[in-house]
Design a binder for this molecule. Structure first.
Ligand code: NAG
Ligand code: NAG
Ligand code: NAG
Ligand code: NAG
Ligand code: NAG
Length: 381
């Protein structure tokens, strides 16, 4: 493995400095060796048998009964090998850009005119929050109005700090991450123009890319527009105390070898921010999905690095809307149960099913909206 990587690196060494093209190496998820330790920890975690405050509602976090149920399933009804095999059905790669390793899924369409599409995940979703939409997007779909075929070449990177991408340097903000991912698309994969979609933390990065790389990002779609009250002044004026996510080292270290702790922390977000009808209708979110995301996070050892970026970006979520210097259009998809529905004045599609994790909360609706963007891109770029 190491030898072949070195060999590839040697082969790709630019001769006479003529080429700076990065090497791309195939990648397979291979985390089974961590499973016995994970199983031991999960099995040996003693949770209380009764809730301390039975009447405390969801505002106080995950309820004990749910956590205990998930713990039991993790030990007795969950097979990591199956999940790993499902992930490895996607074509995955790593590349090195500067000092950073970037892991990404790259699923190409059979169609030669497919639209390049970059999908940027959030926390705690990881690449797993897009799995149901990737393959359908690569397939040819005929627009009933124009009779034109639309399909995509889909690129889904692990944002730096998540899973198999390296953790960004301590001083990086969304601006440097935006630059890195644009380099992935334009230099490494040689898509000079592309469309992008971002959600949650990935929406912050996507917005930055939309604004900063206006010749390559030619259409952008969001399920969340990253403009958020309150401002730092509002926080000070209203005596708002920042929650534990703002102290990523504390929570990151406290839960680093505590899978049930990570399950509570990540699981509460996945449950509270998605449609309460999760697991029914178009939603693919059930306890297995949640255990998949937490297992990936725990086994790859990236819980701490994945929460780090929130504090690195005090200005990531801007409060004053400034129109970006781009003539590329923007799409906005509103999902009924999403958090931060703060997109006043932006036109878009409204969906009455789904929440914060649209790619697993309501995959068909997100696919439909992305195809609408694809129709525009194919006609104009
Ligand atoms: C368009 O896609 C359909 C499948 O949806 C396929 O049968 C047809 O051949 C495609 N047309 C063109 C012009 O590629
Ligand atoms: C981060 O720190 C490194 C090393 O001190 C420095 O070279 C780099 O310019 C810094 N980057 C940013 C974005 O501040
Ligand atoms: C914030 O705290 C200060 C000092 O305790 C107090 O005077 C002020 O009324 C508080 N403001 C709000 C909005 O609660
Ligand atoms: C969750 O859904 C998947 C299919 O989408 C299924 O394979 C799995 O068994 C479900 N898990 C539970 C606990 O029902
Ligand atoms: C890109 O942004 C620059 C300013 O940052 C602006 O001058 C230029 O017109 C923009 N180009 C497009 C295609 O929007």
């Amino acid at each position: 493995m190491v030898l072949s990587a070195l060999f590839l690196a040697f082969l790709s060494t630019p001769i006479g400095g003529a080429s700076t093209r990065s090497t791309v190496q195939p990648f397979k998820v291979d985390l089974a060796r961590g499973v016995p330790h994970l199983q031991t920890l999960v099995k040996n975690t003693n949770l209380p048998t009764e809730p301390l405050y039975p009447d405390a509602g969801p505002d106080f976090g995950l309820d004990l009964a749910t956590l205990r149920e998930w713990q039991t399933q993790w030990v007795n009804g969950y097979d990591w090998a199956t999940q790993e095999a499902e992930l490895n059905e996607f074509a995955q790669f790593t590349t090195t850009i500067g000092d950073q390793t970037v892991h990404f899924i790259h699923e190409e369409s059979q169609d030669k005119d497919a639209v390049p599409l970059l999908l940027l995940h959030g926390w705690p979703g990881t690449i797993a929050e897009f799995l149901p939409i990737i393959k359908p997007l690569t397939q040819s779909w005929t627009d009933p109005t124009t009779r034109k075929n639309i399909s995509f070449n889909v690129v889904v990177p692990s944002i730096p700090g998540f899973l198999f991408s390296s953790s960004p340097p301590q001083n990086w903000t969304n601006v440097e991450i935006a630059g890195l991912l644009n380099t992935l698309m334009t230099d490494v994969l040689e898509y000079s123009k592309y469309a992008l979609h971002g959600t949650d933390w990935g929406g912050v990065v996507a917005y930055d890319m939309y604004e900063s790389f206006n010749t390559s990002v030619r259409a952008a779609s969001f399920t969340l527009i990253p403009f958020l009250p309150p401002s730092p002044q509002d926080i000070a004026d209203n005596n708002i105390t920042l929650n534990a996510l703002e102290n990523p080292n504390d929570i990151g270290l406290a839960l680093s070898d505590n899978p049930v702790g990570q399950l509570a922390w990540i699981g509460t977000g996945l449950v509270r921010w998605s449609d309460p009808r999760a697991g029914t209708g178009p939603s693919t979110i059930n306890s297995t999905t949640i255990l998949n995301i937490v297992s990936l996070c725990y086994l790859s050892g990236t819980f701490q690095s994945s929460v780090w970026q929130y504090t690195r970006n005090p200005k990531g979520w801007r409060t004053d809307y400034v129109k970006p210097a781009t003539d590329a259009p923007m799409w906005y998809s509103a999902f009924e149960y999403n958090i931060f529905l703060l997109a006043a004045g932006v036109c878009g599609e409204e969906h009455d099913f789904g929440g914060h994790f649209a790619g697993i909360d309501n995959p068909p609706a997100l696919i439909e909206d992305l195809r609408e963007m694809g129709i525009y891109f194919a006609a104009n770029e």
